[in-house]
Write a protein that binds this ligand. Structure first.
Ligand code: AMP
Length: 359
């Protein structure tokens, strides 16, 4: 279905997924005068406290998807594991941005690596692993030390195992669920950055300055701008993000994670077809934020080239980090953002804080 003219205030954006990303998208939409309807099976999902309507149903529930298509002017999604056939149900009835192809590519690490390399981005060496017996040959092919990863449904370091040629557990394949895997060569990177980039319905593209990202236990812990990367690395990172946006004929914002090597070259780790945790600093440091940029894109509005007003560090509040906010409350440079989750669990993202300083 072709896009109508830019959505006017009062129009309705459907969001598949009601986690914190859906919640922050709904907040950005509200600021632009747009309404939101979220589809999420959890009655108490974070976005339910913010959006104008909430359809409580599974992502592949046909009746719910039909209702979403019927009530919304455009539909987007906030996470990459939405069933593709659910989104296909919407196509042709309501504009869906980004469409099904970015989902198909991002849902499978093999399809993702194949797509990235076919379109001019360099990745870590990788090989398919479909059985325990295949591990040692595949590991040798990628350099002898690597990370086994489930092809599907891995996130925040879950579904991953580091292995070396002389230390492959006899039950490694079973430990990862006996599901299709890839093995990636271990990359000896200097540091990690990501680029949040957006593309409008008119094909115009913009990107935020890359942030430098630190992970702890496989989960993003902090993102900082400026990243300390050279101008050449920053320009190359932005070029790669633009290449990816064009290759996917993408509308909306995506996050591209990159490894920076000692010689300044960049390897693509993965991309997320959505707003990204490493772009949360943009809400406190930029106009527009990544959330507004995404809503603008899917609503058919013009994108703005983002301006960063301040230096910023975003830290995630993970698990019981959220119980100790006194120091942040006392800091006028800190913007606290909690996600409205009632259960605190270890490893669960409960909120984030962005601390800014004048440039
Ligand atoms: P992923 O879920 O694939 O993004 O991996 C989570 C984190 O694990 C990355 O941000 C890196 O810090 C690390 N990692 C993933 N793949 C590799 C690799 N091939 N070599 C070295 N570190 C990696």
């Amino acid at each position: 279905m072709s896009d109508p003219s830019p959505l006017a205030p009062g129009a309705i954006v459907g969001i598949i997924g009601g986690g914190q990303l859906g919640r922050m998208l709904a907040m950005a939409a509200a600021r632009l005068g747009l309404r939101t309807i979220v589809l999420d099976p959890a009655a108490e999902c974070p976005a339910s406290q913010i959006c104008n309507g909430h359809i409580v149903a599974d992502y592949d529930n046909i009746t719910a998807l039909d209702e979403l298509a019927q009530r919304c002017d455009v539909v987007t999604y906030e996470f990459e594991n939405v069933p593709v056939r659910g989104v296909e149900r919407l196509v042709g009835r309501v504009p869906v941005h980004p469409g099904t192809q970015p989902l198909e590519v991002a849902q499978d690490r093999l399809a993702e690596k194949d797509f990235l390399t076919a379109h001019g981005l360099v990745t870590a060496p990788y090989a398919v692993v479909d059985s325990q017996d295949a591990i040692s040959g595949a590991l040798e092919a990628v350099g002898g030390t690597g990370i086994l990863k489930t092809r599907r449904l891995g996130y925040d370091g879950k579904g991953q195992m580091r292995i070396t040629a002389d230390g492959i557990p006899v039950d490694a394949f079973a430990q990862l669920g006996a599901v299709p895997l890839i093995v990636e060569g271990l990359v000896d990177f200097e540091y990690e950055i990501s680029v949040i980039a957006g593309r409008g319905v008119d094909g115009s593209m913009t990107s935020f300055e890359p942030s430098r990202n630190e992970h702890r236990d496989g989960i993003l812990a902090a993102s900082t701008v400026p990243s300390g990367a050279s101008d050449a690395v920053i320009a190359e990172a932005r070029r790669l993000a633009a290449l990816l946006l064009e290759s996917l004929d993408y509308v909306g914002v995506l996050g591209l994670e990159l490894f920076v090597m000692a010689d300044g070259s960049l390897l693509a780790n993965e991309f997320a077809p959505r707003v990204h945790n490493s772009g949360h600093w943009t809400e406190a440091a930029c106009s527009p934020s990544q959330f507004e940029q995404h809503i603008r894109a899917v609503a058919g509005h013009q994108l703005a080239d983002p301006v960063r007003h301040v230096d910023a560090t975003m830290v995630n509040l993970i698990g019981d980090d959220v119980d100790d906010l006194a120091a942040f409350h006392a800091d006028p440079r800190a913007t606290i953002h909690l996600y409205g989750k009632s259960d605190t669990r270890p490893g669960r993202k409960m909120g984030h804080v962005t601390t800014v300083t004048p440039r």
